[in-house]
Design a protein around this ligand. Sequence first.
Ligand code: ZN
Ligand code: MN
Length: 129
Amino acid sequence: MRKSKQRDAIVRVLMSTKSHPTAEWIYEEVRKEMPNLSLGTVYRNLRMMKEKGEILELEQTGTFRRFDGNSANHYHFRCEKCSRVFDIDEPLVAGIDERVEKSTGFKVSHHRLEFRGLCRDCVTARNDS
Ligand code: ZN
Ligand code: MN
């Protein structure tokens, strides 16, 4: 099997979802059309794409690393109950990188921001019970 064909399928699956999937989820999806695919191949391709800046890997305090096909800097909300990760459609905080550079003398490349709490579904479920 051509390597680029596997890579294309991995990219297609990752771009087709906003769920910030794990490598294992991507593997299961791509395997539906490429049964010979290995999990190692998925990991290797995700790592390469991440190093090229084509995808994001979300910082993770939980067990599974999650990936994002949208490589532009944007913010996330992580539900503390169901662990889903959502995109937050807010403009980036302006000037904060420069402020940190000025106060520390560090060279900032970018910043990440992740909100935590309960998603709409989990708030509703809690209120219903
Ligand atoms: Zn939730
Ligand atoms: Mn995202």
